[in-house]
Ligand binder design. Sequence first.
Ligand code: AMP
Length: 541
Amino acid sequence: MLGLMQNWPLLQHKIIDHAAAQYGDQEVVTRSVEGPIHRTNYRQVRERALRVAQRLAKDGVKSGDRVATLAWNTWRHLEAWYGITGIGAVYHTINPRLFPEQIAWIANHAQDRLVLLDLTFVPLMEQVADKIPSVERYVILTDRAHMPATKLKNAVAYEDWIAEVDGDFKWAEFDENTAAGLCYTSGTTGDPKGVLYSHRSNVLHALQACMKDTLAVSATDSILPIVPMFHANAWSLAFSVPLAGAKFVMPGAKLDGASIYELLETEKVTFSAAVPTVWLMLMQNMQATGGKLTTLKRVAIGGSACPPSMIEYFEERGVNVHHAWGMTEMSPIGTIGAIKPAVSGLKGKELLDLKSKQGHAIFAVEMKITDDEGNRLPWDGKKFGRLKVRGPAISRRYFKREDEEILDSEGYFDTGDVATIDPNGYMQITDRAKDVIKSGGEWISSIDIENLAVGHPQVAEAAVIGVAHPKWDERPLLVVVAKEGAEPDRKTILSYMDGKIAKWWMPDDVQFVREIPHTATGKINKLKLRQEFKDYKLPSE
Ligand code: AMP
C-alpha cells in the first residue's frame, strides 16, 4: 500500500522559490569581479534565474544538456545554477585552476553546449576554445560596459543575453531524479571522473546541511561561503543558504586574507566555510594587522585535515570550529565535528583531540571501515581501515562510465581514504589510501605528523611522505615550509615533536622547501612531492 501524501518532487528550483517567497528581501551580497560590492536579494535572484532559464530555452538548450560555468562565487553564478537546472539542463562547474588541456578534456567529455564565464577567465578560455567544438556560445558574466574584446564564439555579455527575454516563464516540471549538476573529480592519476548530482540528491543534501548538528544554517545568519562553487558542489551552500533564508555573502575573485577579513566584518558574517589554506591566509593577515573578528561565530573547515593549531586559533577568538570531511562524490558533506551528548563533558586537550577528528556521519550517510579484503573493522578509534560510505546523495556511477561498478556488494562506495572510527562514531582520517606510509608492516598516519609539525611556531606548512628504506620498507620524511622570516632547523622541529607521537612515527629526516606543491583543489599534491624527492636518500641509510 502506498502512502497518500502529495507527490512533490524534490526539485532544486523549489529552493529558490521558497527563498523568494519567504525571504524575498534577504540580501545577496557579492564582491563583484568588476570591483564594487553588489547587492541584490532572493526575489531578484529568482526573477533573473527565470530569465536565464527562458534564455537557455530560446537557445534550444534542452533537458539533460550541459551548460558549463567557469566562475567565482557571485550572484550571477548563483542565478545561472538555478536557471540552468530550472529547465532540466545540467550545470557543469569547471575548476579554473586546472591546466588548460584538462579543461578542454573535461569540457569535451561533458559535451558542454554553452560556457558561462567570468571576465577573469576570458584569456584562459581563449587558449582552449578551439579544442572544444561542442560549445556554441560563450556568455561572459558581466555587463556591456565591462565586456572585453574577445574572439570567443558568439560571445555576449550576460546582462545583454538575459535582457533579450521578458522573464515571463515557468520552471519545467520533471522527475526529481533528473540530473542537475556535473563536477569532475580532480584525480591526480588517470582521467577525471564526472560526478552527476540529481535534483533529489542536491535538495536532500541541502536539508541535511541545514541541520543544527551539521552546518546549522539559519535565516538569522550571514553566511560567507568561501569554498568555490567550482569545488565539490560548494559544500551544498548554494542550496542550503537560500533554503534557510540566510544572508548570502560571496567573495567573487578575491580570496586573499585582507579581502576576506574585510567582508567578514563589513557584512557582519556569522558563519563561513573554507579549506585550511584559505583560513591560513586570513590568520596571517589578522596576525599582521591585529584584526579582530567581531561577528563571526562558526566556521566549517574541510577539504584537507584541519590542524589542531588552527582550531585553537579560532576558538581562542570565540569562533566555534566544525571540522568537516567529504568529497565530490558525496555532494559533498560526509561527516562533521558536532558535539554528541557522550562527549559533551570533554574539556581542554581532550576536546581539542575530538574536534581534530573529522566528525561523525550526518543523517543519510552510512559509514564502515574495512580491511583490504572488505571485512568490517571495529569502531575502537585505533584500527585503521578503508573508509566506505553509502547514502542517497552519494555517487553510484560516474558520468559516461555507467558500466563500471564502483560500489561493493553492500552498496558502499570506497572513498579512497583510510580512517579510524571511535566508539562514539567519530571518524578520523589518517591518510589517502595511496599515501599511507607502511613501516615494518604497520601503518603510519602522515596527517597526524603533519598536524603536529604545523603546530610549531616557525612552520607554515608541512607534508609527510614515505621514503623507501631497506629494513622498514618505508620511513617518514617531513617536508617543511618555514614561516616568512623564520629559519627553523631539523633539530628544533624534531625535538618539538619528540614525545608527542609514538617514537617509531618520528620522521627520519626534515627537509626544508620554499613551496609544497598543491592540486587544483588546494590539497597537498603528494604524488608530485614524491617525484620531487625521488632521488632523496634518508640519512640513516
Ligand atoms: P574532493 O573531492 O576534491 O573534495 O576531495 C575529497 C578528499 O579530500 C577526501 O577523500 C579526503 O581525502 C580529503 N578531505 C576532505 N576533507 C578532509 C578533512 N577534513 N580531513 C582530511 N582529508 C579531507
